[in-house]
Ligand binder design. Structure first.
Ligand SMILES: Cc1ncc(COP(=O)(O)O)c(C=O)c1O
Length: 426
């Protein structure tokens, strides 16, 4: 039995309560993000907060003023939407995706959630966990490392099983993880396959061939393929490869307004066959009545003006592409290839750093950096579901490339000092 101790009594809590009140990796990440963004002098290279790109913040400011002036903001604030989310946005998005990508979809293929994090909670627990026949189904993450935010999202324990990747060494101190299709744990007890594309934390963008292979595997087993496109295509389109979006009715595509620069809007978008979007709509009703209306009001207006794709390709993608290249340059200036390899940057806004010979592990390095005011994320949090021990999981850190290059330089100088000091001491 699990108890909470309050000052006057012991409070019994359920198994759900016990699991969901733990201090998890994602809680630490969000605490660091909150503290780091506000603590004076802290160099915030952790978390996944998007950049405040001046063109985008100016654009959103103007958009909000317009929506206030024409009454649409007040409409959004003063009314509940239906549990599927704002119908006008579902219509508009379906039309946009039909026109741009030829997908055979209507508004009933779309459901909104309060951020895509909630969408994953719904989907993982809809498809994975205990079934009526007593079986327990898992979610396969075919390419570890994967997004830290999945780790604790199962109501049941051990919801994930992950594929150990192959590591391809590339010139210039780069490397790339590849799905090892020969050793994927394709047990009978899978409820879904899930990949983030670009992958958080590594920025790996799976190719169309890799996605098709995964889709075929999912199809053969009668389970869906979830594609987490929080950073990817069709929007916000933070990819540096020629990736195009892929959808069919066995794919559940999840998007978000967060990396467009609107994390406070808490708006996630699920594109899937109608049975799945109806399930999400029903879960929304029970858990939150309806998703928030501000994000949809903004996105509707962006789509109506034809600004969404233009801003993604002309402002957002070039901004992060440039920041990524600059950060890599700074990193190389301070840390040679022998001490730090970097995952080939293919999208999103992270560099995934691998210290193959480091005498201390990722948690210790994270702690030493934090003491010196530099926040990054320990790599070992990003391997949910990996079955076998693998020392590589303790040799990596994730940093984001969002701060100004001068800040990144300050942070990376400290990182280089700590890495060199750890080597010197061994
Ligand atoms: C890969 C990935 N998926 C999903 C999310 C959740 O984002 P949100 O709930 O803000 O849409 C994030 C947030 O950083 C992410 O990195």
């Amino acid at each position: 039995m699990f108890f909470w101790k309050s000052h006057s009594a012991l409070i019994m809590v359920s198994i759900f309560g016990q699991k969901f009140t733990r201090y998890s990796g994602i809680t630490q990440l969000m605490d660091d993000l909150n503290d780091g963004l506000r603590a004076p002098g802290a160099i915030m290279l952790g978390g996944g907060n998007p950049a405040k790109i001046p063109e985008m913040t100016g654009y959103y400011q103007h958009l909000c003023e317009t929506l206030l002036a024409n009454g649409r903001m007040t409409d959004a604030l003063c009314n509940y939407d239906g549990s599927r989310g704002n119908s006008e946005l579902c219509e508009n998005l379906a039309a946009m995706l039909r026109d741009q990508w030829g997908w055979d979809i209507g508004a009933d293929h779309i459901a909104l959630t309060n951020g895509s994090q909630s969408a994953f909670f719904y989907l993982f627990n809809l498809l994975g966990g205990r079934y009526e026949d007593g079986r327990k189904r898992k979610i396969l993450l075919p390419l570890a490392p994967e997004y830290i935010g999945y780790t604790d999202a199962g109501i049941d324990t051990d919801l994930f099983v992950a594929g150990k990747p192959k590591i391809e060494l590339l010139p210039g101190g780069l490397f790339k993880y590849r799905i090892d299709f020969t050793t994927l744990p394709l047990d009978d007890d899978l409820g879904a396959i899930c990949v983030s594309r670009p992958t958080n934390p590594t920025s790996n963008v799976l190719s169309a061939d890799e996605l098709t292979l995964l889709d075929n595997i999912a199809h053969e087993r009668g389970i869906p393929l979830l594609i987490d496109s929080a950073y990817g295509v069709p929007f916000p389109g933070i990819v540096f490869t020629d990736a195009v979006p892929i959808w069919n009715d066995n794919i559940v595509l999840c998007m978000s307004l967060s990396k467009l620069g609107l994390p406070g809007a808490r708006c996630g978008i699920v594109v899937a066959r109608p049975e799945i979007t109806a399930a999400i709509s029903n879960m929304n009703a029970i858990i939150s009545l309806t998703p928030g209306s501000i994000g949809p009001a903004l996105l509707n207006e962006m789509i109506r003006r034809g600004d969404l794709q233009r801003l993604c390709s002309e402002v957002i993608q070039p901004f992060y592409h440039e920041r990524t290249a600059r950060s890599l340059e700074i990193l190389r200036h301070h840390l040679p290839e022998e001490l730090c390899r970097v995952h080939k940057p293919e999208g999103a806004f992270f560099l995934w750093l691998w210290f193959p010979e480091l005498p201390v592990d990722d948690l210790e390095l994270y702690r030493r950096l934090k003491q010196r005011g530099v926040l990054m994320v320990p790599g070992s949090y990003f391997f949910p579901g990996l079955q076998q021990p693998w020392e590589h999981t303790r040799q990596c850190l994730r940093m984001n490339v969002v701060p100004e290059p001068t800040e990144i330089e300050r942070g990376l100088k400290i990182l280089a000092e700590e890495v060199k000091r750890a080597h010197a001491k061994s």
